[in-house]
Design a protein around this ligand. Sequence first.
Ligand SMILES: Cc1cc2nc3c(=O)[nH]c(=O)nc-3n(C[C@H](O)[C@H](O)[C@H](O)COP(=O)(O)OP(=O)(O)OC[C@H]3O[C@@H](n4cnc5c(N)ncnc54)[C@H](O)[C@@H]3O)c2cc1C
Length: 516
Amino acid sequence: MNRSQQIQQLQSTHHWDIIIIGGGATGLGAAVDSAARGYKTLLVEQYDFGKGTSSRSTKLIHGGVRYLQQGNIRLVRDALRERGLLLKNAPHLAHPLKLVMPSYRWYETLYYGLGLKVYNFLSGKLSLGKSEMLSIKKTQQYIKGLDGKRLSGGVAYYDGQFDDARLCTTLALTAVDVSATVLNYAKVTSLIRENEKVKGVVIEDSINNETYEARGTIVVNATGVFVDEVLKMDDDGLEKAVSPSQGIHIVVDKKFFPGEQALFIPRTDDGRVLFAVPFHDKVIIGTTDTSVEQISLEPVAKEEEVDFVIKHFNRYVHTGLQRSDVKSVFAGLRPLIKIPGKKKTAVLPRDHTIWESKGGMINISGGKWTTYRKMAQEVILKSHYAGGLAYTRCQTETMKLHGWIKKPDHEDPLAYYGSDAAAIRYLQHQGYSQTIHPNLHYTIAEVMWAVGNEMAMTVEDVLSRRTRALILDAKAAIEAAPLVADIMMKEMNKDEAWKQQQLEAFYKVAEGYILR
Ligand SMILES: Cc1cc2nc3c(=O)[nH]c(=O)nc-3n(C[C@H](O)[C@H](O)[C@H](O)COP(=O)(O)OP(=O)(O)OC[C@H]3O[C@@H](n4cnc5c(N)ncnc54)[C@H](O)[C@@H]3O)c2cc1C
């Protein structure tokens, strides 16, 4: 995947079938679906693929036990099916994960135990494993440090776990494999109209400081929490469709939560669920649900959110976690669809909505990572009807994503690259096997690979989304940045001024991931 080549394709194509705005889970999934059906497809992302919400999730591919409690069987069944399909189509990026829910009253064990049997039943043939009710002893064996005094047992069940930003890169690579054109650092600043209809976009390329025009039959707005900004370009009289809700996570060493399984607390003080999930060599703990007015590509965790997460984790797991133990903190914004009269975002639905706006633009928002493929299928089907495009069948149910291999070894740090790992290993053998920092497992070879093959344009792209250094250990990522900038400068034929500017920009972003 090479940026200059993508620009060449953009400039030499006079008409696209479908133009997609937004390079998160929703837009990238739509680009894969659209191009795989044979539609001439362009996707543009204002920053980097996955820069928005899609790199800031809890990293779970799940049916949503909470939605079962709410009685939303259809959402759960659909999500469980999608969970199964993703694990088959991208086994290098998603794998089964055992989750353990401690319970403190006998009837809770029974209630959740039976509920999780239904959950497993709904997954049908795509089940990841049976749920089981646990004794006090077994629950404590799974979760080290659990308070035994009040415990009455627990329930264990399975969901999927994945690397969200790596899945974004993989979807971009898959889209290119099936002949889509995808471009990062390409912001849509206005829409092109013909006879009142939206027929294209004006794009600003912030790497080359160029402006391009792209014309097409259908424009899809898949910009997450920014959906209203783009909608306004089509119809500025509309009320806001999205109610953003912030969720934060803290990242800590595994010693605070040892083992391979995850912790699931079904009900916190504000009615949310709390997870502790092993991720690479660390543990991610979260999340919160805070309604916010301002949207930003770099949302900042509020003090009270951090305190909430630490307090609740410590209430269940007694391993002495303190603020100073936090390696990184990150925040993301859920693009929840508004319901008139409901202010509390925790009660807004997690389902997605697709609608056509005044000029014929197709808009999509809401949903979750787990259901990205189904959302893509639906939005492209809607685009086909709206644009009068020739009908072709959706291909993605059984489509293997870029890098697919049969049995990845998830202990291998290069497992997330799938079949591309072989090329990275070759680079490592060529003398590029040095790690970029003593506390990070990433090597120089992975930086070179990201620049040469994964369209990484900035130090932040490499440290935050091609590797996950920034969310795994923000301080180590900051210390690794000069070496990474140096490698990139050489690989990209840039000069010292570029390197300095890159470092300054990265430090500014990275500061927000460190708890003071
Ligand atoms: C805290 C948290 C935890 C979550 N955990 C999970 C989980 O464990 N499992 C799960 O299934 N789901 C989870 N989700 C939900 C999931 O992450 C989101 O539903 C999903 O990532 C949304 O993707 P998106 O593509 O719609 O939005 P985004 O990822 O935000 O993508 C939209 C993109 O559009 C781009 N854009 C905006 N304006 C323009 C423009 N003018 N021109 C070009 N590009 C533009 C933005 O830069 C952005 O990259 C979680 C969400 C949050 C917030």
